[in-house]
Design a protein around this ligand. Structure first.
Ligand code: GRF
Length: 223
């Protein structure tokens, strides 16, 4: 690993198990990354504890200086200021449950010219939005999975970089399916981050290029 570590900022709202996978891989040096900070919109997110335990800077953007809940614009303006200070090479939405507007998305991907990726629990472009596992079981789909995609101003619609695909077992309930997809996310996200860390995937002005001519999305199949 002779390249500079890829500087990463992670936005979270909850448990942060995907963040933990990245922290572990940074610590055991299986990913050439430097997590420069974690931003949460929820003060109680367990992801904050995970970051603090690993001595990663954290910022909670919940209330303004008057103690009032941030407006969407307030949140996004503050988050952009923080990212300008941290200067990451990549922004990851890992369980970040707030809808972002063009103010923030263009601020990151055009003004700062940084790639922003999101982890979504479905095989995009199918099943955008929330509650994907229940909807999949209800629909009788044969396959489910998760996707890592570029964030654009249209929800869950940016270019898909990679997907993990698995058969749906119709005997399993929503929780069991969710747990299985969660485990796939823990493999998919670091694989994509590695492509950026190794500078195989490069981002410039909202376009992704790759230097080895791989066709995207990459698809990983699991039993
Ligand atoms: C994941 O299931 C991801 O697909 C969704 O939020 C969840 C985050 O899980 N966007 P965790 O907080 O990383 O454990």
């Amino acid at each position: 690993m002779n390249k500079n570590p890829l500087k990463i900022a992670v936005l979270v709202s909850g448990n942060g198990s995907n963040l933990q996978v990245l922290i572990d891989k940074q610590l055991n040096k299986t990913l050439n990354i430097d997590i420069v900070g974690v931003i949460s919109n929820k003060p109680c997110a367990y992801a904050l504890t995970r970051a603090k335990t690993a001595n990663i800077p954290t910022v909670i953007i919940d209330k303004d200086s008057n103690g009032k809940k941030h407006t969407r614009v307030g949140f996004e303006t503050h988050a952009l200021q923080i990212l300008k200070q941290w200067q990451p090479d990549l922004v990851i939405l890992a369980g970040f449950m707030k809808i972002l507007t063009p103010l923030f998305i263009h601020g990151v991907t055009i003004d700062l010219n940084i790639a922003m990726i999101n982890l979504h629990p479905s095989l995009l472009p199918m099943y955008k939005g929330l509650d994907t596992h229940r909807r999949i079981l209800k629909s009788g789909e044969n396959h489910h999975g998760c996707s890592v995609h570029l964030v654009t101003t249209e929800l869950d619609s940016g270019q898909v970089i990679a997907q993990a695909v698995t058969p749906v077992m119709h005997s399993e309930n929503r929780d069991a399916l969710q747990q299985r997809i969660h485990k796939l996310e823990h493999q998919l996200l670091p694989m994509v981050v590695n492509l950026f860390a190794e500078r195989i995937l490069m981002f410039n002005q909202q376009q992704l290029t790759n230097k080895i001519g791989i066709n995207l999305p990459l698809k990983l199949f699991f039993d």
